[in-house]
Design a protein around this ligand. Structure first.
Ligand SMILES: NC(=O)c1ccc[n+]([C@@H]2O[C@H](COP(=O)([O-])OP(=O)(O)OC[C@H]3O[C@@H](n4cnc5c(N)ncnc54)[C@H](O)[C@@H]3O)[C@@H](O)[C@H]2O)c1
Length: 259
């Protein structure tokens, strides 16, 4: 077996990718499957789920789709039950369902604030509780990758609720990493910079794009496939064995930029 294979192969593992119907996590699901794991793509859209499963199978990987709504604890519990009854275990969990809104701070209403916090933070907590309990009971533990954001590292204009939710996700990952490391469950945050996707379509106005480019040393948006190296490092039991509680930033230098 080559060193690369030994470090990064996910063969015989099961990964649950929540938000795998979306742009970034869809690509992550693809990469995890191509590294050898069976991927359970999770989202609300049957159609997008089926498309991703077909793309994975066309590339020689193995995948299935389960519909779930992360707003509901029951939905996540039945997801776990179905995955465990079919595959026996969960080795990798990606928490990537996310929503955003460009509402100015003074105009944010309670309903919107609660909804964004509940999907971006509450659901990640619920999912970590439900799947973390399963991983803690497994001999080989597991790896949880929560999707954070550079807006969780420092104040980013126009997306306050989103930023607050992501800052809390970073904190949650570190808390769980500390609590679960000894039992072999690693919890990390993958922190993308700017990648055009469905949830940020409304936020990426022309002036916003100019501001982003002015603050990104790489002078471009990221492409979803550029998250795969970091994803496989965090997912892999071998390559990532001593990596827990980190914020893995993939942002073309955005967070390193000042003047
Ligand atoms: N695109 C970026 O630039 C960027 C940057 C930093 C972080 N992120 C994070 O990456 C993750 C993926 O986002 P994306 O940019 O690919 O957006 P996306 O909109 O393409 O994907 C988000 C997915 O989450 C799903 N989702 C939303 N609410 C859900 C619910 N209640 N139950 C189940 N699924 C639900 C959506 O259906 C969609 O498939 C998000 O957590 C996002 O905050 C994205």
């Amino acid at each position: 077996m080559s060193l690369i294979e030994k470090l990064f192969s996910l063969k015989d593992q099961t990964a649950v990718v929540i938000g795998g119907t979306g742009t970034l996590c869809g690509e992550m699901a693809q990469g995890i499957a191509e590294a050898g794991a069976h991927v359970v793509v999770v989202g609300r859209s049957q159609e997008k789920g089926a498309e991703r499963v077909s793309a994975i199978e066309a590339a020689g990987g193995s995948a299935s789709f389960i519909a779930a709504d992360v707003a509901s604890r029951e939905s996540l519990e039945s997801l776990l039950k179905e995955v465990v009854s079919t595959h026996g275990q969960v080795d990798i969990l990606v928490n990537g369902a996310g929503v955003n809104s460009p509402t100015p701070v003074l105009d944010i209403e309670d309903e919107e604030f609660s909804r964004i916090l509940d999907i971006n933070l509450g659901a990640v907590l619920r999912s970590c509780q439900i799947f973390g309990k399963q991983m803690l009971s497994q001999e080989k533990g597991g790896s949880i990758i929560n999707l954070g954001s550079i807006s969780g590292l420092g104040p980013l204009s126009r997306v306050f609720t989103y930023s607050a939710s992501k800052a809390a996700v970073h904190n949650l990952s570190k808390n769980l990493a500390r609590e679960w490391a000894e039992q072999g469950v690693r919890v990390n945050t993958l922190v993308p910079g700017f990648f055009p996707a469905e949830q940020n379509r409304k936020v990426l106005t022309e002036d916003r794009i100019a501001a982003i480019m002015g603050h990104t040393p790489a002078k471009r948006f990221g492409e979803a496939s550029e998250l795969l190296g970091a994803t496989l490092l965090l997912a892999s039991r071998d390559a990532g064995s001593f990596v827990t509680g980190v914020e893995m930033i993939v942002d073309g230098g955005f967070s390193a930029m000042s003047i």
